[in-house]
Design a protein around this ligand. Structure first.
Ligand code: KG4
Ligand code: ZN
Length: 334
C-alpha cells in the first residue's frame, strides 16, 4: 500500500511516499528558513504563501519515480501548527484525494515526530520513552502503543528549540539559532559560565527553559566587549545546561517507567552533543537509545506518510476541514 504524506504545518513544505513493503520511495522537502531568517522567526502569512508557491514542485520531486495513480491514500498534517499553513496542505491533499478518488487521512504532527524512529528502525517495539524536542514542543512521552501516548513531563514555558533560537538571537547568530549554537559551542568551554539548570532536581519530569534563557540575557547584557571567544563560551555553557537537564530527566523517566528503549525526536534531536550525552546512558541504564537520521529530525513528510500508513482506518470525507492549531496528543485515538 502506498501513502502520500503532506507536511505544511510550519516552515517546511514537504511531500513523501511511503510504501508498506519498501519504506520511503520518494521524498522532497523545501525549507523556507532563509526567507524567515530575515525577520528573526517564522512569519505565518509568508509561510502560507510560500507553501502555495512551492507545493507543486515539491510534489513533482517527491513522485519523480512513483506513478501518482499507484498511490492508495493521502495523509496530511492537520495540526498542531500554523492554521494558514495547515490549510494549504489540507486543500492540496483534498485535491489529490478527490482527483484520484482515494482516502484522505488527517495526521497529528507530534505523532509523526514520535513515530519517525519506528519507520527507520523496525526493531523498535512499544513501549518506549520518547524525548520530543523541537521549536514548539519539549516533552517526555511514554509511548505505550501506537496512538496511546502519556506525557510524563513537559516544558512549563519555552520549548528547548525556542530557547536555542532566543539565545542565538542574543549572541547575534542567524535564525534558527540551534544549529549555529551547536557549531559555536565546539569552540567554547562548557564550564565557563555556570548557568542555571532549571527544575533539574524537581521530583517530576517537567522542564523549564525560560530562566536559563534569561540568565544568558543578563550575562550578555553585563559584558562590555563581547568577543567571539566569549560568545563561543556562552554557547557551550548554555548548551551544556540544556543537555544536563534533559539527560537527568531521561534518566529519571527510565527509572520511573522501567522502559528499556529511548528515542529522541524533533528538530533539537539533530544536536550531536545531546545525542552523544543521551547515548551514554545506554551502558549506565542498560537501555537502547535511538534517534532519527538527521533528515528526519526536523519537519518532513516521510513521518506523516508513515503514520498515515498505520492509520488507514482514520479516513475522512474530503469535504469540510480538520485543521487544528492545537491538537494535544491526549486527544488522539488509538
Ligand atoms: O522539529 P522542528 O524542525 O520544527 C518544529 O516543529 O518546531 O524543530 C526546529 C527547532 C528550532 O528551534 C531549531 O533551532 C532547533 O530545532 N534545532 C536545533 C538544532 N537543529 C535544529 N537545536 C539545537 N541543535 C541543533 N543542531
Ligand atoms: Zn516539528
Amino acid at each position: 500500500m502506498k501513502t502520500l504524506g503532506i507536511e505544511t504545518s510550519c516552515d517546511e513544505t514537504a511531500i513523501a511516499v511511503y510504501d508498506s513493503e519498501q519504506g520511503i520511495i520518494g521524498e522532497s522537502v523545501f525549507s523556507q528558513i532563509k526567507m524567515h531568517a530575515e525577520y528573526g522567526g517564522v512569519v505565518p502569512e509568508l509561510a502560507s504563501r510560500d507553501h502555495c508557491v512551492k507545493i507543486i514542485s515539491v510534489l513533482k520531486e517527491a513522485i519523480k519515480d512513483v506513478d501518482l495513480k499507484s498511490i492508495d491514500q493521502v495523509a496530511y498534517t492537520s495540526g498542531p501548527g500554523l492554521l494558514g499553513a495547515l490549510l494549504i496542505g489540507e486543500s492540496f491533499a483534498q485535491g489529490i484525494s478527490s482527483a484520484l478518488n482515494i482516502p484522505l487521512i488527517p495526521i497529528n504532527h507530534l505523532e509523526g515526530h514520535l513515530m519517525s524512529p519506528v519507520m527507520e528502525f523496525p526493531e523498535i517495539t512499544t513501549p518506549y520513552i520518547s524525548l520530543l524536542v523541537s521549536g514548539g514542543h519539549s516533552m517526555i512521552v511514554d509511548v505505550k502503543d501506537r496512538g496511546d501516548y502519556q506525557i510524563l513531563g513537559q516544558s512549563q514555558d519555552d520549548a528547548v528549540g525556542e530557547a536555542f533560537d532566543k539565545v542565538g538571537k542574543l549572541l547575534g547568530l542567524p535564525y534558527p539559532g540551534g544549529p549555529h549554537i551547536e557549531k559555536l559551542a565546539l569552540k567554547g568551554n562548557p564550564k565557563s559560565y555556570d548557568f542555571p539548570r532549571p527544575m533539574i532536581h524537581s521530583d517530576n519530569l517537567d522542564l523549564s527553559f525560560s530562566g536559563l534563557k534569561t540568565s544568558v540575557l543578563y550575562t550578555v547584557r553585563d559584558i562590555e566587549n563581547i568577543t567571539d571567544q566569549i560568545k563561543a563560551d556562552i554557547a557551550a555553557s548554555f548548551q551544556q545546561a540544556v543537555i544536563d537537564v534533559l539527560t537527568k530527566k531521561i534518566k529519571k523517566s527510565v527509572e520511573l517507567s522501567g522502559r528499556s528503549n529511548v528515542i529522541i525526536a524533533g528538530g533539537v534531536a539533530a544536536n550531536k552533543a545531546l545525542r552523544e550525552a543521551i547515548k551514554e546512558l545506554e551502558s549506565v541504564l542498560n537501555i537502547r537509545v535511538y534517534y532519527p537520521s538527521l533528515k528526519y529530525c526536523g519537519d518532513n513528510a516521510a513521518m506523516i506518510a508513515f503514520v498515515g500508513s498505520l492509520r488507514s482506518s482514520d479516513k475522512i470525507q474530503v469535504n469540510g476541514s480538520s485543521v487544528r492549531a492545537r491538537w494535544p496528543l491526549s486527544e488522539l485515538s488509538k
